[in-house]
Design a binder for this molecule. Structure first.
Ligand code: LRH
Ligand code: MN
Length: 397
């Protein structure tokens, strides 16, 4: 493909591409074996907005930040004015609102699926509070993940729990704002290790359909068994107009929450390719929320976030190079090798020069990661936050 056509296609694609950062990607997180405290890690909500502002300043592609209610708005709706002030000060908009239905003691046996009507009521109230926060912040998506499940066969009625969940989601759906969406995230296991109430895309699809027209499915790339074909799930959700968004990350084994494209970049390319094929065929923009959900336990958190946005842009740019019309003809003609070569060669195209010139034309640094290190942002964060982080608790038990 001639290079100016490559540049044109990539510019057009990158102009439409934004990806949302998770507030929890900037704070000290760990594994069940402990936390390695980073001196530059965000401690306050303002620190998270500062870090997101720096990532967006360098990449121009991450203007929103997902919030987790109990971690970022401990006072619920009362914290909305603070969020508004931080949005204005740092030029970063609050993005999807993620309820916390998994950490309170009463959720030991579940939240919306808990056998106790009283506890289901408390979980529903938290969901309604989260929806109200989202409405106050401008009809933000409600992105729901629940840890609900069980650890041993025979200890819970899976069917009863389905009924309670359907009732909870239907009630919540009724409280959504006119433009607000609810995204239902599935996960096959962890922390539950026998059954998880929303374990796969089919369960999430059925629950979203049952809840109402503003409900759809969220695909966290780390929430699949090794052998699952994620882009086929994406194709199903697209064909059902039920694909609401993604939590991108990467993994070698399970829900490892590693940085996007660090283990299997071709996986993300295949997902984007499915979406470009759908958009080309239907001539519609599927309105998908691209979000990141990672925990940066070993790498510097702002560095990892910048790396992630760059990699997402590069993989999106590669998928944009696929000539979807030509590919569709080859597929329909079952010209397998030609189809595969057209598809594969887009992945192997080195898009970095074109992405660099896209940045250059928009006054962004050619190499955001280098600019981050040169700019001294992390060193300033360490100077400001290091002492407080040094006192943070590292051990799990
Ligand atoms: C669950 C999950 C969910 C978030 C959490 C931080 O594994 O993917 O999206 O609430 O990570
Ligand atoms: Mn997730």
């Amino acid at each position: 493909m001639k290079s100016d056509l490559i540049h044109q296609r990539i510019s057009k694609a990158l102009d439409s591409f934004v990806i949302e950062l998770p507030s929890w990607g900037f704070s000290n997180t760990g594994t069940r074996f402990g936390k390695f405290i980073q001196p530059a890690a965000a401690i306050t909500l303002e620190h998270k907005f500062c870090d997101a502002e720096e990532v967006n300043r360098l990449t121009g592609a991450a203007p929103t930040m997902a919030l987790h209610v109990l971690w970022d708005l401990p006072n619920g709706v009362a914290d909305v004015p603070l969020i508004r002030a931080l949005e204005a000060k740092h030029g970063i908009k609050a993005g999807s609102i993620n309820p916390n239905l998994f950490q309170d003691q009463q959720y030991k046996f579940g939240s919306l699926c808990n056998p106790s009507r009283e506890i289901r009521g408390q979980a529903l109230q938290h969901l309604l509070d989260s929806i109200a926060i989202g409405r106050e912040l401008g009809d933000r998506d409600i992105s729901i993940w629940m840890a609900d499940g069980s650890n041993y066969p025979g200890t819970q009625s899976i069917r009863k729990r389905i009924g309670w969940l359907q009732a909870g989601f239907a009630e919540a759906h009724g409280h959504l704002g006119p433009k607000q969406r609810m995204l239902i995230e599935y996960k096959p296991f962890e922390p539950a290790f026998y059954h998880t109430d929303i374990a796969d895309w089919g369960m999430a699809y059925s629950l979203a359909k049952g809840a109402g027209p503003r409900a759809s499915v969220l695909v966290d790339t780390g929430h699949h068994y090794q052998a699952q074909n994620i882009e086929q799930i994406v194709a199903w959700l697209l064909s059902g107009k039920m694909l609401g968004g993604f939590h991108f990350n990467d993994r070698r084994y399970a829900d490892d929450d590693l940085t996007l494209g660090s283990i299997d970049p071709y996986q993300v390319f295949r997902i984007f390719a499915e979406i470009f094929a759908y958009a080309a065929e239907t001539r519609t923009d599927p309105g998908i929320a691209y979000m990141i959900d990672q925990s940066h336990n070993l790498k510097g958190k702002v560095e990892a976030a910048v790396q992630t946005v760059i990699t997402a842009q590069e993989l999106f740019a590669k998928a944009a190079l696929i000539d979807q019309e030509k590919l569709a003809k080859l597929q329909d003609a079952c010209d397998l090798v030609a189809a595969e070569e057209l598809y594969r060669s887009a992945f192997w195209e080195d898009v970095r020069p074109a992405v660099k010139s896209w940045r250059h034309q928009r006054g962004l640094p050619d190499d955001p990661l280098h600019a981050l290190i040169e700019g001294g942002y992390v060193a300033r964060a360490i100077a400001e936050r290091g002492e407080r982080n040094a006192g943070a608790v590292a051990s799990y038990a």
